[in-house]
Design a protein around this ligand. Structure first.
Ligand code: MG
Ligand code: ZN
Length: 221
């Protein structure tokens, strides 16, 4: 049994090393990169569409979409104005640093200002496979329920921002925002969070402002 633990650790350390290489490569090319993680159906693709609609007039953006089988999300990102690359993970439930590296090979990196990575919909392993992106963002959503920080703590522990999507559904769903935020605070004190609705557009401004601040901050350091 201990042997199995050793193997898992070596997989993760190999991944971390590749993530470091991705990070250096992206920075050298002048890209600001964001890894977007969430459960299936939380609204990653819709949020990427909203983000692209706001930022493509000012920035050149690439999107890399990880999916188990289809290219539906990459097609949507391309329609919304990004140069999109699809990663079909062949059944794997997360993107790893090696898959991202292969996807980066498909892009002329210096042409872009921003890279948005849509991870595979999953609240477990994306937390333990670093990609080398500048920021890690988690998208929660109201229909998932207010207990998710308690049930999937690793996803909440290591992210730089939290979007709470589908707040337009709050009147129809038993979702105790205080209980939810209490769990978040316990796991990741001071985590910046944005209640948003892709449907009504509420809260999107604050998210875009934060993202642009991060991009500008990365240029001056
Ligand atoms: Mg999607
Ligand atoms: Zn996985």
């Amino acid at each position: 049994m201990p042997r199995k633990v050793t193997i898992v650790e070596s997989i993760h350390s190999a991944n971390d090393q590749l993530a470091g290489e991705n990070s250096r490569r992206l920075r050298k090319a002048g890209l600001f990169s964001v890894n977007m993680m969430a459960s299936p159906g939380a609204g990653k693709t819709s949020l990427i569409e909203k983000t692209l609609a706001r930022l493509t007039p000012h920035y050149s953006i690439a999107a890399i979409d990880g999916d188990v089988a289809t290219s539906i999300d990459a097609d949507r990102a391309a329609e919304a104005g990004a140069i999109a690359v699809q990663i079909n993970t062949g059944g794997q439930c997360h993107i790893d640093a090696h898959m991202l590296r292969n996807a980066l090979d498909e892009l002329d990196l210096p042409e872009f200002d921003i890279l948005l990575v849509e991870n595979v919909g999953n609240l477990i392993c994306p937390a333990s496979f670093k990609l080398g992106t500048d920021r890690n963002v988690l998208i929660a959503s109201i229909p998932e329920g207010d207990d998710k920080p308690y049930k999937y703590p690793a996803m909440y522990q290591d992210v730089d921002a939290l979007l709470i999507n589908k707040i337009d559904l709050l009147p129809y769903i038993d979702f105790d925002m205080d209980y939810f935020l209490q769990g978040v605070k316990m796991l990741n004190p001071g985590l910046v969070s944005f209640p948003v609705s892709c449907k009504t557009g509420e809260g999107i401004d604050a998210w875009i402002d934060w993202l642009e601040d991060q991009i500008k901050g990365s240029k001056t350091t």
